[in-house]
Ligand binder design. Structure first.
Ligand code: ATP
Ligand code: MG
Length: 389
């Protein structure tokens, strides 16, 4: 009888364990994607990739729910068998105690019975809890609320590749929780220019680039592209934004570079990676461009992450490049290469705006704008020469 009960439990436990493992894998993936989506929300917006990410998470949540239901079904089926096995165990203990010397050992039997009763409830509860925790995570299909998506452009954006004739910022104000960062900022940018924005730490350089990229809505003021007021969608289409903190996703290097593309163009990915000197270290990694990065790209050095996110900015061929401290983790030689990449983009009629402290970059820029006390001041060429030499 014991053998039958044990066999029944093993028979039931096998599929239950498999379902449990699958459930855990799917749920881990959904949780991880969700965390990445929250961390990388700005980059998802900047590259029009909110919808694909949401679809991926929705799919994971649906799979998780299906596995959860299957696991629950097994759990329900297993319950009566476990209870039956428990009852059989008690009966066996009774029988053995009775037959040892023909008399019932009441003390021993009582102890075993109490132990069985005490253990049964917690174990049963634990099994139910493990089977049931999926239902909480399945509610991740409420991701819209989590990401605050209604305010975001969900439709796929079509990246622009033709040059802009001009980009102007007028009376721009931005504050974080009523703490002013940008105050009536005004500036004009033109194709063919490499413009550096410098200024003390905390001055608002990253904030300004985020506004220009269409990922931070200004409190007041406006951006004007080619003489017409620019909506956030127009800014997203015209710009390629490389944030200060390189944001990489748990996906292949190929898809991280061709970010937001339904069908990544491998040749184009390799070409832009060669331009930023990322090709060699990518090709040397097992799996090359098809290797899946760890969450946040933590299996790459900071300088490697920067080069991959710069390649991403180049991939779409957007006319305006907004690069936030793109060389802060690079050595001098790599920095010179990045400056060359920026110069080439400008020489081909593009516009490059770089937030940087690095002197080499400031020296090679056509113009240097300093952000101080919330406003932009343009350095006279002479000032630049005195400060940089
Ligand atoms: N998400 C945020 N919430 C609240 N305040 C913020 C946030 N991001 C930045 N700030 C504040 O806004 C100001 C400008 O920050 P920003 O990152 O734009 O400066 P920065 O010039 O890029 O600095 P750094 O040179 O250190 O990169 C700082 O005072 C900063 O503390
Ligand atoms: Mg910054």
């Amino acid at each position: 009888m014991v053998a039958v009960a044990v066999n029944d439990n093993v028979f039931l436990a096998g599929p239950a364990r498999r379902l449990q493992r699958e459930l855990f894998a799917v749920e881990s993936s959904v949780v991880s994607d969700t965390a990445e989506a929250i961390d990388g929300a700005a980059v998802l917006r900047a590259y029009g990739a909110v919808r694909p990410m949401r679809d991926k998470i929705d799919l994971g949540a649906a799979r998780s729910e299906a596995r959860g239901v299957a696991a629950e079904t097994w759990s329900t089926a297993a319950g009566p068998v476990v209870e039956l096995a428990g009852a059989l165990g008690i009966a066996i203990v009774f029988a053995l105690a009775w037959s040892a010397d023909g008399a019932v050992d009441l003390a021993a039997t009582g102890t075993v019975l109490v132990a069985l009763v005490l253990m049964y409830r917690p174990l049963h509860g634990l099994a139910r809890a493990v089977f049931g925790w999926s239902s909480g995570l399945a509610s991740l299909d409420r991701l819209d609320e989590l990401l605050g998506l209604p305010a975001e452009p969900l439709e796929k954006v079509t990246m622009r590749t033709d040059p802009v004739a001009s980009l102007r910022v007028e009376d721009l104000c931005f504050d974080y929780d009523s703490q002013p960062v940008l105050r009536n900022v005004g500036a004009s940018f033109h194709p063919g220019e490499l413009v550096a924005i410098t200024g003390p730490s905390g001055a608002g350089k990253s904030t300004l680039l985020g506004v220009l990229a269409g990922v931070l809505p200004p409190a007041t003021g406006r951006m004007v592209i080619d003489g017409a007021p620019a909506t956030r969608a127009l800014l997203i289409e015209a710009t390629a934004w490389m944030p200060q903190n390189p944001t990489l996703f748990r996906d292949t290097i190929l898809r991280n570079v061709a970010f937001g593309a339904d069908h990544p163009e491998r040749a184009r990915v390799v070409e832009v990676c060669r331009r930023v000197h990322a090709h060699d270290f990518i090709a040397e990694r097992p799996g090359g461009y098809d290797a899946v990065l760890q969450e946040g790209g933590t299996d790459l050095s900071m300088g490697q992450r920067q080069r991959i996110t710069l390649a991403r900015a180049l991939y779409w061929g957007a006319p305006v490049m907004l690069l936030d401290e793109p060389t802060s983790a690079l050595d001098d030689e790599q920095e010179r290469n990045v400056i060359g990449v920026c110069r080439a983009h400008a020489d081909l009629g593009g516009l490059v705006i770089v937030a940087t402290h690095r002197e080499d970059f400031l020296r090679h820029a056509d113009r240097v704008l300093e952000l101080r006390d919330g406003t932009l001041i343009e350095w006279e060429r002479q000032t630049a020469d005195v400060l940089l030499h």
